[in-house]
Design a protein around this ligand. Structure first.
Ligand code: B12
Length: 225
């Protein structure tokens, strides 16, 4: 991975503009980075992720309103579309991933980033969005017949619900490889899924990228945490 192109100054400028709800300025910053050929994982991790976490802290400290947080998140989600022409540069590799935020989980930015990383590696990434119910998820898995299933969980409470969901997934798809990540996992709330077969716990987009680089085809199968 190349060194980050997101300098401290760029981050501060972006965060300031995001807090002001200044979409044109945010957009210019992202476009400049894209012109410099920033790596998608770098842009997502060192600009968007960092800014969203900073927004979360300010919200928690009551220094910004929930409306300001919603505005910032909506700008971030819109800016992610600027990356799309880059996502499909690579030839398709004929692999599919279904990605979900899991049950009762309304945080969807991280899961969408994961889906985009799959796309940028030539996979088809089907992102089911926030709050997937078990029935809806299973229906999509049957329909898409994916090579891999990935979950993104931000809330500690989502982890137990995810376990219950995984039990159902395993009944019907005993060996489908599953990746689990997200803030709740990175914070160490619960990261031991060794009782569920073929589950890999992974917390960063960089890890996901090296997994995709190494794995590409068959190595995806049978990977265990
Ligand atoms: C925006 C936001 C919301 C929005 C989400 C909207 C949306 N469109 O997603 C809304 C308003 C819905 C929301 C609701 C709530 N939120 Co909220 N939210 C946030 C905030 C500010 C940003 C989330 C975000 O966009 N993060 C950016 C993404 C990119 O980060 P990420 O998900 O961690 O993903 C990165 C990595 O983890 C990794 N990754 C993620 N998934 C995966 C998966 C794999 C396989 C891999 C490899 C990697 C990977 O890649 C990403 C890029 O680096 C966070 C602050 C924070 N620190 O996260 C709080 C935060 C997560 N929310 C919080 C809370 C408490 C709530 C509510 C309970 C508030 C309430 N009282 O209603 C509800 C819960 C609703 C629910 N049932 O889910 C707390 C959670 C605290 C905790 N430990 O429990 C936080 C941390 C805020 C805080 N500091 O208190 N929230």
């Amino acid at each position: 991975m190349k060194p980050s192109l997101v300098s401290e100054k760029t981050f501060e400028d972006f965060l300031g503009a995001l807090l002001d709800g200044d979409m044109p300025k945010c957009r210019r910053i992202v476009e400049t980075l894209l012109e410099q050929d920033v790596e998608i994982a770098d842009l997502y991790r060192n600009l968007f992720h960092r800014a969203q976490y900073a927004i979360g802290e300010l919200w928690e400290l009551n220094r910004i309103s929930v409306a300001r947080e919603h505005l910032a998140t909506s700008i971030t989600e819109s800016l992610m579309t600027l990356v799309y022409p880059r996502l499909f540069r690579r030839e398709r590799v004929g692999k599919r991933a279904v990605i979900s935020s899991g049950p009762n989980e309304y945080h969807q930015v991280g899961g969408k980033m994961v889906a985009d990383i799959f796309e940028s590696h030539g996979w088809d990434g089907y992102f089911l969005g926030a709050n997937s119910t078990e029935d809806r998820l299973l229906e999509e898995v049957r329909k898409r017949d994916p090579d891999l299933l990935a979950f993104s969980v931000a809330l500690p409470a989502s982890v137990e619900r995810l376990r219950a969901m995984l039990r159902r997934v395993r009944t019907e798809f005993p060996s489908l490889p599953v990746l689990i990540g997200g803030k709740a996992i990175a914070d160490g709330v619960e990261d031991d899924f060794s009782d569920v077969p073929s589950v890999t716990v992974m917390t960063t987009l960089e890890e996901l990228e090296s997994f995709l680089h190494q794995g590409e085809a068959h190595a995806v199968h049978g990977i265990r945490h």
